[in-house]
Design a protein around this ligand. Structure first.
Ligand code: NDP
Ligand code: MG
Length: 390
């Protein structure tokens, strides 16, 4: 039996992972499931999958979780230390699908145990890519990308020599506002931004798709994961979301990964790797699709993409600053403290203030330094949002 743990089990990626595992229950033993506020869902799935342990990240919800699990054999735990303990329990495969930089520490702990890490939590690579890779290497663990673009690149690279790679192109749907006139964006609401034209995802990543911050994170994730130069990485808007990424080789060949937008493909690929097993995803009918279109990823319309380039050039801990600033600015937008068009300026200003002390960015990429700089960037973001409001 393959021992499985899912971090962020109550979210969109977590539920898709459980959907796949639930189709083949005799093959898998669920070790731990974790969530945050969705206690009923966490308890329901932990009981139904006969998990050893259920953990909520929120220490104040422990009693609720205990109550929801009463009468079952599932152990309950809560809080950040309990998440780390869950990550250290022996497992063969762990899905990292917490949203935000909160996913970094448990992912690192799993790698330290030599566990195969299926990585949906792109923030881990953005904040501490080199630490993730070196930890995996030191403990003989593998990291399997679950972000659809990175899974696509990973698959296009199988059997290839990295030295023959000229460029990597990741696609973006353009999100909820891709056809809106730029002038209207200032009045865009969180509810409008949280409606994705193609993908069914969590609220935060859906809004990040509309602002293109999701693609910005993915550009950085590409650089960190595949260790290629920023100049080799491009983003292109592809409204149909059928091609997820392309890898260009030095002989001019361009290998594309094509399929309907369904995260169960990338999750299933990581679950069965290195085998390819049958997956319950729709097969693409090219004739029915008819055509695929592409547009430039306009850095004026989507300043997040320009900021991502600057972060890739700056290196060091600037990815952690960028991510934390974005997380806080996104909170500000969801809470209606700032407008949609103010998200990028807040992030840019945080980068500028924190980077003014070069020592902050050039410090070693350790978990402690990432936690420190993440905290500092959030404080700066709050200050800036207060100034804007003021
Ligand atoms: P969701 O918002 O749907 O789920 C997030 C999960 O994380 C939930 O289980 C939530 O618990 C839990 N959580 C939230 N905050 C914390 C915290 N502070 N500590 C611990 N757990 C927490 O997100 P998605 O599933 O959409 O995304 C998860 C990750 O995967 C993100 O990094 C995202 O960028 C990435 N990703 C997602 C894709 C998608 O299709 N959804 C595609 C590619 C990447 P609860 O719900 O119980 O509060
Ligand atoms: Mg993606």
């Amino acid at each position: 039996m393959k021992r499985i743990t899912i971090f962020g089990a109550t979210g969109s990626i977590g539920q898709n992972t459980l959907d796949l595992i639930g189709r083949d229950r005799d093959t898998y033993k669920v070790v731990a499931l974790t969530g945050d506020q969705n206690i009923e869902k966490l308890a329901r799935d932990a009981i139904s999958f006969d998990a050893e342990l259920a953990v909520t990240a929120d220490p104040d919800r422990l009693d609720d979780l205990r109550q929801a699990l009463s009468g079952s054999a599932v152990e309950a735990a809560a809080g950040p230390e309990a998440l780390i303990e869950a990550a250290s329990r022996p497992a063969d495969w762990l899905m990292s699908s917490i949203v935000g930089s909160a996913g970094l520490a448990p992912g690192l702990k799993a790698l330290e145990q030599g566990t195969s890490l299926a990585l949906a939590n792109k923030e881990s690579m953005v904040c501490a890519g080199s630490l993730m890779l070196s930890t995996a290497k030191a403990h003989g663990a593998s990291i399997l990308p679950v972000d659809s673009e990175h899974s696509a690149v990973f698959q296009a690279l199988i059997g290839e020599d990295m030295g023959a790679v000229e460029r990597v192109i990741i696609t973006a749907s353009g999100g909820a506002f891709r056809d809106w006139p730029i002038e209207d964006l200032a009045n865009a609401t969180p509810e409008q931004a949280a409606t994705h034209p193609n993908w069914d995802m969590g609220q935060r990543i859906t809004i990040d798709s509309a602002s293109m911050f999701n693609k910005a994170l993915e550009l950085i994730e590409t650089r960190e994961f595949f260790e290629i130069e920023p100049s080799q990485i491009e983003a292109v808007v592809h409204p149909e979301s059928m091609i997820h990424a392309l890898v260009g080789f030095r002989d001019g060949a361009l290998m594309a990964h094509v399929g309907p937008p369904d995260m169960r493909h990338a999750i299933g690929f990581a679950l069965h790797y290195p085998e390819r097993k049958s997956l319950p995803v729709e097969r693409l009918d090219l004739v029915k699709l008819g055509q695929m279109t592409f547009r430039p990823a306009d850095e004026t319309r989507w300043p997040a993409l320009r900021l991502a380039r600057e972060v890739m050039e700056a290196g060091g801990l600037s990815g952690a600053v960028f991510n934390a600033a974005k997380e806080r600015a996104l909170d500000g937008f969801i809470e209606k403290r700032i407008g949609f068009q103010q998200i990028a300026p807040v992030v840019e200003e945080v980068l500028s203030r924190v980077s003014a002390n070069r020592g902050h960015i050039d410090a070693a990429i350790t978990l402690d330094n990432v936690i420190y700089i993440d905290h500092l960037a959030r404080i700066r973001a709050d200050e800036i949002m207060t100034e804007i409001k003021g």
